[in-house]
Design a protein. Structure first.
Length: 187
């Protein structure tokens, strides 16, 4: 009696091996959301394969992808640790207490000054058209993205702009809720 279904391919012809697993429904939902938020949406199988492959990669590669470089990673890791300690000493988060906020700015400035290159800073000609500090311009754009996230009750899941997914923008928006005025802070 002939077999039903597609004939089996020999090992050399197979593109990949099949694997069946059981996972909790909550994990399945997270994988579905993640696959849709990818730069180019993937199938569920592709998302699982992508995540498995990444779990075997060099951890420094993940850091570079997330922070841009190891020096940025360590700057923010050290800054985060110090800010956490500062908040523990003052008993207040940096965004709620004026003293903690002031000391957080001093802490960050001190860290940044340790890596200051020699010489005078001059604005490159290509940035002169921005009309203000490039850093300020970029920060204002970032906060505008956070504000848009709060204004749109149902953004498309696949949105990914500025290197962050909709989920990450929403998490950032929750932290900065109530602080999202793009007006210049009073000195």
């Amino acid at each position: 009696m002939p077999r039903l279904g597609r004939p089996k391919k020999d090992e050399a012809e197979r593109r990949s091996a099949q694997l069946s697993i059981r996972i909790p429904a909550s994990l399945r939902k997270r994988l579905d959301a993640a696959r849709l938020e990818a730069e180019t949406p993937r199938s569920l199988s592709q998302e699982i394969e992508y995540r498995l492959r990444r779990s075997f990669e060099d951890p420094e590669q993940k850091v570079k992808e997330r922070f841009g470089s190891l020096s940025l990673y360590w700057l923010f890791r050290v800054a985060g640790n110090l800010i956490r300690n500062l908040e523990r000493f003052t008993g207040e988060p940096w965004w709620r207490n004026p003293y903690t906020h002031q000391e957080t700015k001093r802490l960050i400035n001190w860290l940044l000054d340790r890596g200051k290159p020699a010489g005078r800073a001059t604005t490159p000609r290509r940035f002169a058209a921005v009309g203000k500090s490039l850093g300020q311009h970029l920060a204002e754009r970032e906060f505008a993205n956070i504000q848009v996230t709060l204004l749109d009750p149902d953004p498309p899941i696949g949105w990914n702009w500025g290197g962050m997914t909709v989920t990450e923008w929403r998490e950032a928006a929750e932290v900065f809720k109530g602080k999202l005025s793009l007006e210049r802070p009073k000195q």
